[in-house]
Design a protein around this ligand. Structure first.
Ligand code: 1HN
Length: 348
């Protein structure tokens, strides 16, 4: 209930605010309700980018700038509620990157962690600290924090992937550092498949010190493997009512999430499945690998097809209706929220 002001008190307050403002002071009681709302009050909105609609812009970007000149030729997916901030959620960045045959994207490193989900094409590579991995559609690839990385396309077709980075998180902490490698392309020092053989086959070196600190020593998770696992699960038991068959990508050295700040997931929705509403405090970005369906997000319906990207804001109820069998990749800041004791979910 609003208190009844005594005559003159309003003026006295305004006068106090004005004088203390000069000394960089502000009254908490005027903003307390906005600072501590009973539930998240986010500018993040549900949105879907149809690949079919944005593919022409991606192609055109390939005609107006080279990968070398751009450093990274990326169209940023900006949340419609946060235009101009290079954010798809309050904590995460999302973009679609194009590399044409014969191109390279020069080597650099930064404290931001990055993930890639290959959306279109095959035959490009990314190199991480001396090891190259070939990209194929649906592959999930990690660039750990502070590792040298460059990309190249030695194949014959354009390759497009989704980039997910924790840029707003590193900015929040003002812990952003970056540097360029002295050459455009870093030297290859390990054979392709080395880290998969070392860490990805339920084996580990006897002295298992992870080369990438808090990030998984496996930096490429081939779609063929994840897809096969999902198919086996779908043959073997009932789907989860909210998620279908959903798995998280893990760091085999710890069993925890593959990256310290970003969680990555893959799920299969059997044809015809209608999931129960689900909400969690981590806003989540989805990339459709296979299948058509509808995502209902906060009461709004979004029809999706392969290669589309959509975003579910934190704490908004979402459910899926799968027309055919669907496979969805997704990522969010869940590991960061869990590490800080903030994460919540609600089923139904
Ligand atoms: C970056 O290094 C990549 O390595 C992609 O492909 C997107 C966005 C902002 C800052 C660095 C890449 C990026 C980025």
């Amino acid at each position: 209930m609003a208190s009844v002001l005594q005559p003159g008190v309003g003026n006295a307050r305004q006068d106090l605010y004005r004088r203390m403002d000069k000394d960089n002071l502000a009254p908490l009681w005027e903003v307390l309700h906005a600072l501590v709302p009973p539930q998240p009050q986010s500018p993040c909105r549900p949105a879907l980018w149809k690949y079919r609609d944005i593919r022409p812009y991606i192609e055109e970007s390939g005609r107006v700038i080279t990968a070398r000149e751009a450093v990274r030729r990326v169209l940023i997916l900006e949340n419609p509620g946060m235009r101009g901030q290079s954010q798809i959620t309050r904590s995460l960045y999302c973009g679609l990157q194009l590399i044409l045959p014969g191109e390279i994207a020069p080597s650099h490193r930064h404290t931001q962690s990055a993930l890639r989900l290959i959306v279109e094409g095959a035959g490009a590579y990314t190199a991480v600290d001396g090891e190259r991995v070939t990209m194929r559609q649906g592959d999930f690839i990690i660039t750990p924090s502070w590792t040298w990385h460059d990309h190249g396309n030695e194949g014959s077709e354009p390759v497009v992937w989704m980039d997910g980075l924790d840029i707003p998180i590193t900015h929040l902490f003002d812990a952003t550092f970056a540097e360029n490698y002295p050459e455009e392309v870093q030297p290859v020092t390990r054979r392709e498949g080395d880290s998969w053989a070392r860490y990805g086959c339920n084996l580990a070196p006897l002295s298992a010190e992870s080369p990438f600190g808090k990030t998984s020593p496996v930096f490429s998770y081939p779609y063929a493997k994840s897809r096969e696992a999902l198919a086996t699960l779908a043959r073997g038991g009932d789907p989860d009512p909210c998620h279908g068959y959903k798995m998280q990508f893990i760091n085999p050295a710890t069993g925890g999430p593959a990256m310290p700040t970003i969680g990555a997931f893959i799920q299969l929705l059997p044809a015809g499945l209608r999931t129960a509403p689900y909400r969690s405090s981590d806003a989540t970005i989805f990339s459709v690998i296979e299948g058509r369906g509808t995502a209902s997000i906060g009461g709004q319906d979004f029809a999706f097809e392969p290669r589309d990207t959509f975003v579910v804001p934190g704490w908004q109820p979402a459910s899926f209706s799968a027309q055919g069998e669907c496979v969805l990749f997704s990522y969010s800041d869940r590991p960061a929220q869990i590490a800080l004791g903030l994460w919540r979910e609600h089923r139904g």
